[in-house]
Design a protein around this ligand. Structure first.
Ligand code: NAD
Ligand code: TDX
Length: 333
């Protein structure tokens, strides 16, 4: 029996990862430690509420005593907990520094003391910064350019230092832009899909020609698990989807699929320090035998369909009611 401590498991990728683990492995336990910030929603895992293998703990990864206590039970840590939205990091970076850097440090310190089997730090392609031509390999210089990506870089390198200095069995994954179900509707794809459904404008930053590489969230989860099973300790692994698209291409795809007019496109002021292009070279993962399994268009169609079929999930978030409601529910326990 392996016990996972998954942090940030009430968010988009963390909840998909917990679902992936519980569906794939019978003999696992999963503890989900999540602070339930605006981005955390325990409803994302309501299908596992009665599963004895799953336990939710509301708490902060910066809370040392709590982290120490939970670490005693854990064999494997997967650290998703983070402030994750670039635009918010531009407005108020404080929580990014606290959670993304200090929180990772608290987890690593606890892991150092308890001798766990594995610590997987979920990093991001944004740590490399922008690239006009070619693709980043894992050994390239890190040049993060937003408070978000700089905070993630801090955590990425602190995790590495805990491997080199203390022998904590760390692995680091750097993934590209995810999409799929339970994606918070402040990010490009879920925002544009839900706005288009409601006939609201789609705010395109700058000229709309910034490029992101997109990966279906289930492929990201699969890649993390593959790194755990087959990767080396102390290594970094790029996880890309091999689907580079301009934001305009994404916008056009969504409008066409939902049969909505071009007039919903609204050009707005650019994001300050907006990285032009992210691109990952994933040869290291390919050489190990891993590739994403989902076709981009099929996964996009599945994702759009999920938002069409689950309006109650995103309408609550967009109306702001949901957060207060859930905080109250958990405060009462
Ligand atoms: P998200 O914002 O949807 O979820 C983050 C979760 O972390 C939320 O449930 C939130 O409540 C929780 N959290 C925040 N601060 C916390 C704290 N102090 N203690 C405990 N829990 C806390 O983010 P996401 O998109 O699911 O991203 C998850 C991770 O993956 C992040 O580390 C992010 O940097 C990384 N990542 C994301 C992408 C992407 O495209 N979304 C790509 C690469 C890497
Ligand atoms: O309203 C918008 N209009 C727009 O043009 C939004 C929200 C975004 N954009 C653009 C900015 C980016 O070029 O779309 C692109 C994608 O933006 P986001 O969805 O905010 O993602 P990004 O900034 O690329 O970061 C994401 O990928 C890497 C995640 O949020 C990070 O957590 C992850 O590390």
């Amino acid at each position: 029996m392996t016990t996972y401590l998954v942090t940030g498991g009430a968010g988009f990728i963390g909840s998909n990862h917990i679902r992936y683990l519980l569906n794939k492995y019978k003999d696992v336990k999963v503890i989900n430690l999540d602070k339930l910030t605006y981005a955390g929603n325990p409803e994302n895992l309501s299908d596992f509420a009665d599963d004895s293998r799953y336990r939710f703990v509301k708490g902060d990864i910066c809370d040392e005593p709590l982290v120490n206590q939970l670490m005693e039970e854990a064999d494997v840590v997967v650290n998703f907990a983070a402030e994750s939205h670039v635009d918010r990091s531009i407005g108020s970076p404080d929580d990014f520094i606290k959670t993304d850097i200090f929180g990772a440090f608290v987890l690593l310190e606890a892991a150092r003391r308890t001798h766990i089997d594995r610590f997987i730090q979920i990093s991001t392609d944004e740590v490399y910064g922008s690239i006009d031509k070619g693709s980043f390999v894992e050994t390239d210089t890190l040049m993060p350019s937003s408070p978000y990506s700089a905070s993630k870089t801090g955590a990425d390198r602190i995790a590495f230092s805990y491997f080199v200095t203390y022998g904590v069995p760390v692995q680091i994954t750097r993934c590209s832009n995810n999409f799929g179900p339970f994606h918070y509707p402040e990010k490009l794809i879920p925002l544009f899909v839900t706005n288009a459904i409601e006939d609201k404008p789609l705010p395109i930053y700058g000229d709309g020609l910034n490029v992101r590489d997109w990966i279906y969230v289930e492929d990201h989860c699969d890649g993390i698990d593959f790194v755990h099973r087959h990767g080396e300790l102390g290594e970094v692994y790029n996880l890309g989807g091999d689907n580079e698209k301009t934001n305009m291409e994404i916008t056009d795809y969504i409008l066409k699929k939902l049969e909505k007019p071009e007039t919903l496109k609204q050009y707005v002021k650019d994001r300050p320090g907006h990285d032009r292009r992210y691109s990952l070279n994933c040869e290291r993962m390919h050489a190990l035998g891993w590739k994403p399994k989902h076709d981009f268009e099929q996964a996009m169609d599945k994702t759009i369909q999920w938002y069409l079929e689950n309006p109650e999930w995103w309408q609550k978030i967009k109306s702001g009611e949901y957060l207060e409601y859930y905080k109250e529910q958990y405060e009462k326990r």
